[in-house]
Every structure is written in structure tokens, then in C-alpha cells.
Ligand binder design. Structure first.
Ligand code: NAD
Length: 265
């Protein structure tokens, strides 16, 4: 079977930068029409949409905050207006508001949970409602596919980032519960857990001396790039992964392998 997303429609949240941007680019290259959601940066989103269109693909941009119910409803309405269906949701938006627990404000806790967990719920719910109304048997074996962008920190505790780790740990059980609930409807749900990928979210940790320290945590010996995640997302979204359901694919160069134990004979 050849990997193709031709005639499929993909919505990617938080796609004006980093991993989301890379996913939108790769999904379009695989043949999907893409909806590029951004919260506050229209320029890179528009630039990406134009470059996809120049290559013969189809793309639109839609502003929206995934933690707001009305914005999510609008995002899905605009998707349908433009392309008439939705096959793939990549719920990618996420942020960090780091603080040690005694110094963490309720606002920092709440914002991370609102975007990283409630935003994932709102987008998944809207996608499921849409999937149920459509027959896409001619373009995909699944009725619809959801890919949640998680993190190695759904597994690895992270001091100083309790809000972020809690949001991603919660996302794991959200994803698996939805997969259990919706599998018999042929709605296929998975997550991708990136390790350390060089993007805006972790600029300080992936450059200079900090990067050297970070490499000690990555058995495969390099910091990831957005294409590493985008390639996994494209595969997971395709019929080649049709029997992959309710799983988190760790794309982390081995970061989740307890690398501190190397050489501790
Ligand atoms: P990034 O900061 O470049 O991307 C995050 C995107 O989410 C941005 O485009 C931002 O505008 C968007 N966003 C934030 N709040 C939003 C909101 N309320 N509504 C809509 N969009 C919103 O960083 P990234 O590394 O590309 O992160 C993408 C995803 O990958 C996040 O969920 C992050 O937790 C996850 N992740 C990243 C890494 C990494 O090493 N870069 C590792 C593990 C997981």
C-alpha cells in the first residue's frame, strides 16, 4: 500500500509554528487539504497556506483559541465550509507556564490545563460529532482519525512543570478512553509523544550549553526536528496505520528509556 492522504481533509491546531507547522506542511505534501489554525500569529500561517497552494495543494487558515468553546465551533464550521468534510484532526496546540509548585499561580495552572487538556477535549468532541455525520469510505478506511499531541511528560514526571506534566498525563487517559469508546464506530484515535524537538516552546533548552546537557537524556544522540514528528503523524493518519488505535507513539530518540541508567552496571 502506498501512503497517500489524497482527497482527505486535515485540521491542525496551533499550526503557525513548530510541530503543528511541520505537520500541516507534511500532511499537505501527502495530499491532504489542510486547515491551519493559529491563535495569534496570522503571518506565518498565511505564508504556509500560500506555499501549499503554490505547490498545487489546498489550504486555509482559521484563527481560534482552542480553549474557547465558541472558537472551536467556529474552527470546525470554517473547515466544513471550505472543504465539506473532516478526516484528520491533529490536536497539537499546547503551551508551558513553568514554576515550582509553591510559586505556581492558579492562573499558570489553569491556563496550561485549559489549552493542553480542555482544548484537546473540545477539539476531539467537535471532530467526533463531525465524523458521525459523514461517509468517507471512498477516501479512508476509518470514519475519522484523531491524533493528540502529547509529550514524553505524559510518562516522565517533570519537576518545575507540574501543570504541564499533569495536562499531558491527563491527555493520555483522555485519548485512551475516547479510543475505547469510539473504536467500534471506526473512529481511530491515537497520540504522538514527542521528546525534545527544537521549537519555540523549548528554545533555551535546545541551544548552546543547555543542548549538550539535554543530549545526555537522548540515547539516540540528537535533538529532534519537527519533521521527525510530522512524519509519524502522516503515517498515523494514513491507512498504513489502520490497525493502530488507542496507542501513544513515542517519537523521542529513546528519551523515555531511563537513559540515566546507562553504564550503571
Ligand atoms: P510551539 O510553541 O511552536 O507550538 C505551540 C502552538 O500552540 C503555537 O503555534 C501556539 O500559538 C499554539 N497555541 C497555544 N495556545 C493556543 C490556544 N489557546 N489556541 C490555539 N493554539 C494555541 O511549540 P511546539 O513544540 O511546536 O509544540 C506543539 C505541541 O507539541 C504542544 O502540544 C507541545 O506540548 C508538544 N510537545 C513539544 C515538544 C518539544 O520538544 N517541542 C515536546 C513534547 C511535546
Amino acid at each position: 500500500m502506498i501512503l497517500s492522504l489524497k482527497n482527505q481533509v486535515a485540521l491542525i491546531t496551533g499550526a503557525s509554528s513548530g510541530i503543528g507547522y511541520g505537520c500541516a506542511e507534511a500532511l499537505a505534501a501527502a495530499g491532504a487539504s489542510v486547515v491551519i489554525n493559529y491563535r495569534s500569529q496570522p503571518e506565518p500561517a498565511e505564508k504556509l497556506a500560500s506555499s501549499i497552494r503554490e505547490k498545487g495543494g489546498q489550504a486555509i487558515t482559521v484563527q481560534g483559541d482552542v480553549s474557547k468553546e465558541e472558537d472551536v465551533e467556529n474552527l470546525f464550521a470554517k473547515t466544513l465550509e471550505a472543504f465539506g468534510a473532516l478526516d484528520i484532526l491533529v490536536a497539537n496546540s499546547g503551551l508551558q507556564r513553568d514554576a515550582m509548585i509553591a510559586d505556581m499561580s492558579l492562573a499558570e495552572w489553569q491556563q496550561v490545563l485549559d489549552v493542553n487538556l480542555t482544548g484537546q477535549f473540545l477539539c476531539a468532541r467537535a471532530a467526533v460529532r463531525q465524523f458521525r455525520q459523514q461517509d468517507r469510505a471512498s477516501v479512508s478506511r476509518a470514519k475519522g482519525k484523531i491524533i493528540h499531541m502529547s509529550s514524553v511528560h505524559q510518562l516522565i514526571p517533570w519537576a518545575g512543570h507540574a501543570n504541564y506534566a499533569a495536562s499531558k498525563g491527563g491527555l493520555d487517559l483522555l485519548m485512551r478512553s475516547l479510543a475505547q469508546e469510539l473504536g467500534e464506530e471506526k473512529i481511530r484515535i491515537n497520540a504522538v509523544a514527542p521528546g525534545a524537538i527544537a521549537t519555540a516552546i523549548n528554545k533555551e533548552a535546545t541551544q548552546g550549553e543547555a543542548a549538550e546537557k539535554l543530549l545526555e537524556l537522548i540515547p539516540y544522540g540528537r535533538i529532534g526536528v519537527t519533521e521527525d514528528i510530522a512524519n509519524a503523524v502522516v503515517w498515523l493518519a494514513s491507512d498504513l496505520a489502520d490497525y493502530v488505535h488507542g496507542t501513544t507513539l513515542f517519537v523521542d530518540g529513546g528519551m523515555s528509556l531511563y537513559p540515566e541508567f546507562r553504564g550503571n552496571g
